[in-house]
Ligand binder design. Structure first.
Ligand code: ADP
Ligand code: ADP
Length: 226
């Protein structure tokens, strides 16, 4: 057992964001985390991704127990084995799609080859848009660039925080299908926080959260609503 708690602050000001909850994320599966605002979804995602540490307990992502890692190991893990996708894309507006995809590796001193960048863009259906800047791409295309950027290092796990929050229905589905495809083709682990009920159709498992706990766990296949 590895009950996880996360308490922000201390004393009268403290907030319990995760309250002795238990869960783990199996390698090669796609989990959607859902629940009302303030239920602890972002905190769970941050702790699972090694961006923040639980106050107690441990979270297993695949075979990795982050609680055993020191800061240096966590930094390397985030760099080499984890990809992130955000609601707001977080692309650098002055850089082309290719440059954005190559940026994390470049910053880490391991710039990807042109072939790797092209392959990552092709995988998200943007083979011919590599020279375009974010302002020349639609929201869905920008998010696909962000997915390519998250994938280029072939991370074991991809964490997505409301990846479709800024997209319309059709584009949302494209992005979700991409994430589904990643899991199926490369056995990568995807953990996604979402408010979008139709997003659940793409996941293997839905974790429902309330008040810092998992209140229900649903297993797919879920039928997509149309
Ligand atoms: P969700 O993502 O489901 O909206 P969060 O994980 O963001 O929930 O927040 C869970 C609880 O923890 C909320 O009550 C929130 O206000 C609180 N919280 C989140 N981050 C912090 C922080 N850095 N400091 C203090 N309280 C926080
Ligand atoms: P979301 O749930 O949409 O991901 P956030 O994670 O930004 O939203 O914030 C969730 C809640 O956590 C909000 O109520 C916010 O006020 C609170 N929160 C986030 N960061 C902090 C912080 N550093 N200090 C206090 N509260 C925070």
């Amino acid at each position: 057992m590895w009950s996880v708690s996360k308490v922000y602050g201390s004393g009268a000001q403290s907030v319990t964001a995760l309250n002795n909850m238990t869960t783990s994320f199996r390698a090669g599966t796609f989990t959607a985390v859902m629940g009302p605002s303030g239920s602890g979804k972002s905190t769970l995602l941050h702790c699972a991704a090694g961006l923040d540490r639980p106050t107690s307990g441990k979270i297993l992502v695949g075979d990795v127990d982050l609680s055993t890692l020191d800061e240096t190991q966590l930094t390397l893990l985030r760099r080499d084995r984890i990809g992130f996708v955000f609601q707001s894309f977080n692309l650098v507006s002055a850089l082309t799609a290719e440059q954005n995809v190559a940026l994390p590796g470049r910053l880490a001193g391991k710039a990807p080859s042109r072939e790797q960048v092209n392959a990552a863009l092709a995988e998200v259906g943007l083979a011919r848009r590599g020279g375009h800047r974010p302002s020349e791409l639609s929201g869905g295309e920008q998010q696909r660039v962000a997915v390519a950027r998250a994938l280029i290092s072939r991370p074991a796990a991809v964490f997505a925080d409301e990846p479709t929050g800024a997209l319309d229905t059709k584009t949302s589905r494209d992005v979700l299908a991409l994430l589904r495809n990643i899991v199926d083709r490369h056995q990568q682990t995807v953990i996604m926080v979402t408010h979008d009920p139709s997003a659940a159709a793409y996941a293997d498992r839905v974790l429902l959260m309330a008040d810092g706990r998992v209140t229900d766990e649903l297993y797919g296949p879920f039928t997509a609503e149309s």
